[in-house]
Design a protein around this ligand. Structure first.
Ligand SMILES: [Mn+2]
Length: 409
């Protein structure tokens, strides 16, 4: 019996730019997950630890990260590691990160599979690797595995390793390395470990093709992630036994609230957050506010939310509420801010020029925007007046008024 861990899509060094100052903490969490997973590999006394592509976010990651990853592997000399370049970290030649001195001097138990090859793992077990050399291709990378399979002794236990999308009709891009749904049986493999998509899929080709998903979630909308596959192959021709091992450090949770009445919204949010609070220190939470709110309501909710979200590992507040301004409030705003009045009037004029009608009925400013001025204005943003619709102008007004309120408050 051959036992191993199959993982993929670690994407170490992912930028997480949207999280600003907390981005390094998110990156560090991925490294902790890798170290913990290597610990699990030792615990399960695996014969190999496979990474089916995209260990790294890209070929530009810092050398310090490469060193940290190699140090993690060095701490587990009893866990043989096999690394396959994927589309994020392709073996694309001299500039690829696999050519960096640190990786070229990787410890003996860490093997980089940067060319298509069959590796004899001993005991009649062969690892067949088809790495990626570029970011996109319409070719099925598993096709190479058939040739490799023919090169090893008949009756060997054959494990394939490659990276790409499952060629499920309507679910993949044609240039995303489409892998045939019978790729394992076609090549006579006992198991085909792949990577690329971030969710666990283990039912393809009679359970012989497994996509473990990302071990550490990196988005709010992904399901079945945070796993690696613990695989046991009883022998040649026998079906694999595949168990998902949860390894993620962080949970990602997205909460959306409609802000109809501020007090009710606060109570609903409070209740939802309370459920996640026990593991707040390992939860990335995003709260999205929707609906209509007055500036006062929004300000109060924001202030309260900032405190309520403080215990979370990372918290993101997204405000998609639209501003509710009464006609007198708008009138007052225009009067207090002549420049705003002018811009609003210009938007009305633009809308009139673009759509033939204006959705507001406010009197035009003293010097309304001319067609030539409007076209000159839009040329700079490479926008054609005729492509603008009523909704665009509604959004423009909304953004402007919202920004005004924020400045004024
Ligand atoms: Mn990928």
């Amino acid at each position: 019996m051959f036992r191993f861990i199959h993982s993929a899509d670690w994407q170490l060094g992912a930028r997480f730019a949207q999280f600003g100052a907390r981005a390094p903490a998110l990156r560090e969490a991925r490294l902790s997950t890798l170290r913990r997973t290597l610990g699990l590999a030792r615990q399960h006394a695996v014969d190999a630890f496979l990474v089916a592509g995209d260990l790294f976010e890209d070929n530009q990651v810092d050398n310090s990260l490469v060193t940290a990853v190699l140090d993690a592997f060095r701490a587990f000399p009893d866990v043989p590691v096999f690394l396959l370049p994927g589309n994020h970290d392709p073996a694309s030649g001299p500039d690829s990160l696999w050519e960096r001195p640190a990786l070229r001097a990787a410890p003996a138990h860490v093997k980089v599979l940067s060319t298509a090859q069959a590796v004899d793992l001993g005991g009649g077990v062969h690892l067949l690797a088809a790495p990626l050399h570029q970011k996109l291709s319409t070719l099925d990378p598993s096709l190479k595995l058939s040739d490799l399979a023919a090169s090893v002794p008949a009756g060997a236990l054959k494990i394939g390793l490659t990276h790409g999308a499952l060629a499920i009709e309507g679910k993949h891009q044609p240039n995303d390395f489409p892998i045939a749904l019978d790729a394992a049986s076609r090549a006579g493999l006992d198991y085909l470990g792949i990577g690329h998509w971030h969710s666990w899929i283990a039912e393809t080709d009679g359970g012989r093709i497994v996509m473990p998903g990302t071990p550490e979630p990196d988005r709010f909308d992904h399901e079945r992630c945070g796993l690696v596959a613990l695989v046991e192959l009883p022998g040649p021709g026998q079906p694999p036994r595949v168990e998902p091992l949860p390894v993620a450090t962080l949970a990602w949770e997205s909460l959306v609230f409609d802000v109809l009445a501020a007090e009710a919204a606060r109570a609903t949010i409070e209740q939802a957050l309370a459920a996640s609070l026990p593991r707040a220190d390992t939860t990335v939470v995003r709260v999205t506010l929707k609906g209509n709110a007055t500036p006062q309501t929004r300000r109060a909710l924001h202030a309260w939310l900032d405190t309520a979200l403080a215990p979370f590992f990372v918290a993101q507040r997204i405000d998609r509420t639209t501003l509710s301004l009464s006609a007198p409030e708008l009138f007052d705003l225009r009067h207090r801010h002549p420049l705003l009045a002018q811009v609003l009037s210009d938007i009305d004029r633009l809308e009139l020029l673009a759509t033939g009608a204006s959705s507001t009925d406010v009197a035009p400013a003293a010097a309304p925007l001319t067609l030539a001025e409007a076209q000159a204005l839009l040329a700079r943003s490479r926008t054609d007046l005729s492509t603008l619709k009523t909704e665009d102008f509604a959004l423009l007004r909304q953004v402007l008024l919202q920004a005004m309120q924020e400045v004024a408050s």
